[in-house]
Design a protein around this ligand. Structure first.
Ligand code: C2O
Ligand code: CU
Ligand code: CU
Length: 439
């Protein structure tokens, strides 16, 4: 669904639907009966109106992940609750200088986010700008995972899997199991890849082909990087250029070690084998000389904060600990930030509008946590001992087990209250989330 004359006006209906996945009819939660939901295509400067109708039989709401829009009122306000059998209007103003790229939308009702995303509620948002890369075709690949029980219902997730961060038994690309992507040898393609998995980390390869990484989340690199893997933590996106090799090639997801929740619980809920996500069927006459992306990239709308004067710094500590453990064990693991689980009535970080801050994200646990901040993009400075050599922007950064990450954030443009959290959505629902108020 594409905006026309500066306005995108869409209706999204969240409901339980019968859909076909991998040749089997199953039930899932969908937007407008499809999984993923419709792709919203907008341009900087557009206004977006979404009328969300909730027919789920339980509360929900809507979040536009990664968009730099106001967190207030009926915009990207995750504190709104949309009851079942009601509709709610959302309105967003996309700033004129909004970065281009792939973003996405999903529910954000505390305590139900993981369940609703896992069950199928997500869709992509493309922010388009003229960026002068001539390609044979663009592809949007929304990657997700899900598990169905024998009755074709979304499977119930065990407490153990929630603690570790659930990984679905089936992986989907645009809602399909191992779809076939047709191309000619030498075709030059631009892929926007979205990790919409509830908790799974992705490490993607295209049978060893070299891919040209243009950027991540809402940002572009100053110069593309040649990579053989695309690494995406939950919630993250990549913008890559692919020269299609001759012959059949598979898009593969390799298992990722993201640590474990500790010795006393949680076995190995994570994938241990490679999954074929999609197959490219490459046939026909080789395309003419492949296009090259040597045209200058557009100026980054996100400036380099490394040389700017800081007005503050803070440290946030992500931790896991046993809560209410009985003598026989079996208690719940607690997921905290600075010693607290989420409290909707507590502001955890108060920031002055206009501040430029450096945040140290410390992970004292034995698992990685993908840290996500709403509204304000983070410039990644260093992960553990590895420093970024250029201005790299993210809206989700991985904080490895027993390690730390440094980011800079410019709290400009918007005031209001929003959240930061672990994007292993089971951890978010388990309390690993805090409130930030910018005033
Ligand atoms: Cu993708 Cu707070 O979420
Ligand atoms: Cu978000
Ligand atoms: Cu986590």
């Amino acid at each position: 669904l594409r905006s026309a004359s500066g306005l995108l006006d869409v209706a999204l209906t969240a409901s339980r639907s019968r859909i076909v996945v991998g040749g089997t009819t199953v039930s899932a939660m969908t937007y407008n009966g499809s999984l993923p939901g419709p792709t919203l295509v907008v341009r900087p400067g557009d206004r977006v109106k979404i009328t969300l109708a909730n027919h789920l039989g339980e509360p929900t709401n809507l979040h536009t992940h990664g968009l730099h829009v106001s967190p207030e009122g009926s915009s990207d306000n995750v504190f709104r609750q949309v009851e079942t059998a009601t509709t709610a209007d959302y309105e967003y103003q996309i700033p004129d200088d909004h970065p281009a790229g792939a973003f996405w939308y999903h529910p954000h009702h505390h305590g139900m986010t993981a369940e609703q995303v896992f069950a199928g509620l997500y869709g992509a948002i493309l922010v388009e700008r003229d960026d002068h890369i001539a390609v044979t075709r663009q592809r949007l690949l929304v990657i997700s995972d899900i598990t169905f029980d024998s009755a074709g219902e979304v499977a119930v997730t065990s407490q153990m899997d929630r603690m570790a961060g659930r990984e679905g038994q089936i992986m989907l690309v645009n809602g399909q199991v191992a779809p076939v992507l047709d191309a000619k040898p030498g075709d030059f393609e631009r892929w926007h890849v979205v990790n919409a998995c509830t908790s799974r980390y992705l490490s993607l390869t295209l049978d060893g082909a070299i891919l040209s990484l243009q950027g991540n989340d809402g940002s572009r690199l100053a110069a593309p990087r040649q990579v053989s893997t695309i690494d995406l933590v939950p919630g993250a996106r990549a913008d890559v250029l692919v020269t299609v090799p001759a012959g059949a090639v598979d898009l593969l997801a390799d298992p990722v070690d993201r640590g474990s929740a500790g010795s006393m619980m949680v076995g190995a809920p994570r994938s241990t084998s490679m999954v074929t996500l999609a197959r490219m069927r490459v046939s026909g006459e080789p395309a003419a000389v492949p296009q090259t992306a040597t045209l200058a990239p557009p100026p980054l709308p996100l400036r380099d904060l490394r040389t700017e004067t800081l007005t503050g710094s803070r440290t946030l500590t992500l931790a896991m600990g046993a809560a209410g453990m009985g003598m026989g064990g079996g208690g719940m693991m607690q997921f905290t930030i600075d010693g607290h689980t989420f409290d909707p009535n507590r502001v955890d970080q108060s920031v002055a509008r206009g501040a430029i801050e450096e945040w140290m994200l410390v992970n004292t646990s034995t698992m990685d946590h993908p840290f996500h901040l709403h509204v304000w993009p983070m410039q990644l400075l260093a992960t553990g001992g590895t420093t970024e050599s250029e201005a790299v922007w993210r809206d989700v950064v991985n904080v490895p087990a027993n390690s730390r990450v440094r980011v800079r954030i410019a709290f400009e443009d918007f005031t209001g209250t929003s959240v930061y959290h672990c994007h292993i959505l089971d951890h978010e629902d388990g309390g690993m989330m805090g409130i930030i108020a910018v005033a």
